[in-house]
Write a protein that binds this ligand. Sequence first.
Ligand code: AHR
Length: 501
Amino acid sequence: MSTARLSVDPAFVVGPVRERTFGSFVEHLGRCVYTGIYEPEHPTSDEHGFRTDVLDLVSELGTSTVRYPGGNFVSGYRWEDGVGPKGQRPSRLDLAWHSTDPNTFGVDEFMAWTAKAGVEPMMAVNLGTRGIQEALDLLEYTNVPGGTALSDARRANGAQDPYKIKMWCLGNEMDGPWQIGHKTAEEYGRLAAETARAMRMIDPDLELVACGSSNSTMPTFGAWESTVLEHTYRHVDLISAHVYYYEDDGDLSSFLASAANMDYFIDSVAATADAVRAAGKHNKAINISFDEWNVWYQKRAESRPPSGDEWPVAPVLLEDKYNVADAVVVGNLLISLLRHTDRVHSASLAQLVNVIAPIMTEPGGRAWRQTTFHPFALTARHARGEVLQVAVDAPVLETDKYGPVDQVDAVATRDPETGSVSLFLVNRSLSEETHVQMDLRALGDLRVDNCVTLSNPDHTWSATADDATSVLPRRNDSAGVSDGAVNVNLPPVSWTMVTLV
Ligand code: AHR
């Protein structure tokens, strides 16, 4: 067994734990909306057609903000198709996912769903096939109290009060050649700046997100952020980051070190934003909305959209089954997001239901939790107060993709009111148990309240509708406080949470 020594001090605060770090994403893609969150015929559905079994799981997951309606879908979306009497709504081809959208779920249904789920909406506008006017129309529909054509249309459709949506994404992944209406950084930067400027004429207090890179291996990464921010700096608050290329492609060591790459991504975007800030003599900082992140097995058959003459409604798409190692990586990516809470002000696990998701459903049937559900739910529930810097002195592992990484990665949060501390840890070793010793002396007199670990001798175990509970985070009895330190043993390929009071 190896040993890792951690130190924390309440004086070294990175920033507040942000509710919005625990956001998620609902796209019109596959079965995320239809037979995911919305299925009027389902036995548990409410008067809106929302699956209440799914709503219960969303609440247990602890998700805060939900981004909608895409994703690649938004770049061809006409939001007007999804409002008004359902019988009069048109079915449309969704070019992004080679599907048909019946438009029985739209902006009003989404807003009713967010109210019921108790989550904050984050709305994206189409800057692929559409532009400033359509973004303004949607904003008028959602946020103007009444007395105008579109705000009165909303009222006629049943929503008397404006939705007051605060966070808006100015398009989606506009750097990606796959995107409908893909643009150069110059083209997108100008359009995003003008859209933002016009939207602020309606509501100056919006929080606006410009599109950053679709991942840090894009050929335009860095230059894209720089050019886009040169155009938009004064008009936006956040720049987005997306990443999915974390998968176990046979190199499990590198996969378990994926968070090292997320650290690099965040640091690079923050540095680029700060360089634009300096060159432009701006006062405010631009922060990051990490509004799509997850493990995604993109080469698997379930990620291939339909083709040819097939344009199905709600096909099975991107329905990845996550195993224990995937959950450890998801837990570690959350550690990275929290560690960067000074610059990551919002994040969305993509996506919420069925599509690369922590929650799965059967049409007409059961809903269950994937392995990735657990580290997310526990972190969302127990990360409280402020994020503290953690100094890690651990054995170093060599990885092919990301070079040398610490065998143990960790982040700590502390509630300044109560002094209670939560510690989130991963052991990235494939074979070695690690003994962690965390120096507690600067944190006062604390005892272990709870310690749970997610691991399994077979890290390829996945949950199914028939068995979603054989492998769950389990009590880790090795945790205890002695001589001013927390001691805990971490099995190989594991995620652990220790709470101290
Ligand atoms: O989340 C799946 C897809 O991944 C989204 O539609 C897109 O934005 C990203 O490429």
